[in-house]
Design a protein around this ligand. Structure first.
Ligand SMILES: [Zn+2]
Length: 405
């Protein structure tokens, strides 16, 4: 028996969002990572430790070339679920600790190359998947290491450091940007930093699956590393307001695909975390069906392996990313509401509601009216062609821009 969620409204209160999350939990739609219901505890903890220290000296959020979540990987041309963020730069750029922590390890991965790992204390102990966690980890990958040669490399930066003893403070130099590691399809990366945030566990999903019984946590620990940073915007509306544009690009009748562009520009930060699509019967307000895609909690994704995580389920609303071109200015992720999902609901007026939530659970709803079949009329939209999220909750401090060159 499936309980019916309440209709989504424009002023979608967070408390209702959490009720809906609990409802979805109760009907077993969530992955194991979300099955603990502790996401609000996690963001509450990170909210207390957000940093205004960016991770690459001389760079800003403008230099993020690939965000957390679904994308077309530029090196392979394949769809994948990117479990970190990429920051563009050049070899030798200084990598700075965004927040203080313990130097955990310096090691080399075949794919990730030379990597510095830091351990950080959570603000409070969080119960997660039946275990208590006090730490999270940050990974700095593809670093430059000249093996002791004459050029300053990460090996020189960490010379004399002792794993699990040496501590670093926010802003400390912890490595040098490079292009080490090998992409899945071979070849080499462009110079960039791949930054990961792993909550509660160091072991990746891949390692856990390949080494059951050694360090089995049972979940994919990756969260969007934008949780580390204090959000800000360059927009004229001033600091403290975060913009995430979502534009309806292809209106459609019931039974046809409906596409939304979800875009971030140089004025934005890639903070989008969750999209809930619902099909509402306009007269009664009944929600006929609903589907949620949540990047951090893997809702709507199959996180049982990286192979399934890297495969889109196109039978329900899904992200259809476009190939990035190494500039954040034209990064785009498309949300597709497949025609098969709305087909058969054209006998009375229906509305597709799309609620977007950022990492911090701020939300905004767009809605589109789906025309009854037969497809005689152009779509009647109850929303503007451009939806705009103006999020004011939680964000109060602009990033200092002293590191911008
Ligand atoms: Zn990456």
């Amino acid at each position: 028996m499936r309980a019916r969620p309440q209709p989504l409204t424009k002023a979608f209160p967070v408390s209702l969002a959490r009720q809906l999350s609990l409802l979805l939990l109760s009907i077993g739609m969530l992955s194991s990572l979300a099955a603990n219901g502790a996401y609000s505890d996690i963001i509450d903890s990170f909210e207390l430790t957000r940093s205004s220290q960016f991770v690459v000296q001389g760079k800003t959020f403008d230099d993020i070339e690939s965000s957390f979540g679904t994308r077309i990987q530029s090196s392979s041309g394949l769809y994948d679920f990117h479990r970190g963020i990429d920051i563009d730069g050049t070899q030798g750029d200084n990598i700075l600790a965004p927040t203080g922590g313990l130097f955990w390890e310096y090691r080399e991965f075949s794919g990730g190359g030379h990597t510095v790992i830091l351990q950080h204390d959570l603000n409070n102990t969080i119960s997660y998947n039946g275990r208590n966690y006090d730490h999270y980890y940050t990974y700095y990958m593809h670093l430059f290491d000249d093996g002791g040669g004459g050029v300053a490399g990460t090996d020189d930066v960490i010379s004399g450091w002792t794993p699990q003893v040496t501590t670093v403070s926010a802003g400390d130099l912890i490595g040098k940007m490079g292009n080490s590691g090998t992409p899945p399809g071979g070849g080499s990366y462009a110079d960039h930093l791949h930054l990961e945030l792993r909550f509660g566990a160091r072991s990746s999903l891949e390692f856990q699956l390949a080494n059951p019984g050694t360090t089995q946590h049972g979940f994919d620990p990756h969260l969007n590393p934008m949780l580390l940073f204090t959000p800000y915007t360059y927009a004229s509306s001033g600091p403290g307001v975060y913009h995430q544009n979502a534009a309806l690009s292809n209106q459609a009748n019931a039974g046809s695909d409906i596409n939304f562009d979800i875009t971030y520009t140089n004025d934005d930060m890639p903070l989008l975390n969750e999209v809930t699509v619902s099909l509402e019967e306009i007269g009664s307000g009944s929600i006929v069906k609903t589907h949620t895609l949540d990047l951090n909690q893997r809702i709507g994704f199959d996180a049982s392996s990286t192979a399934t995580l890297d495969t889109a389920d196109t039978s329900k609303p899904y992200f259809s990313p476009v190939t990035p071109s190494f500039t954040a200015s034209d990064y785009k992720n498309e949300l597709v509401v497949p025609g098969s999902w709305t087909s058969g609901f054209g006998d009375s007026d229906h509305r597709v509601n799309v609620t977007l939530k950022d990492l911090w659970e701020n939300s905004e709803t767009l809605s589109v009216t789906v025309v009854p079949e037969p497809r005689t009329y152009a779509i009647i939209s109850s929303a503007c062609l451009l939806g705009l999220i103006l999020v004011r909750r939680r964000f109060s401090q602009p990033l200092t821009q002293t590191d911008r060159s």
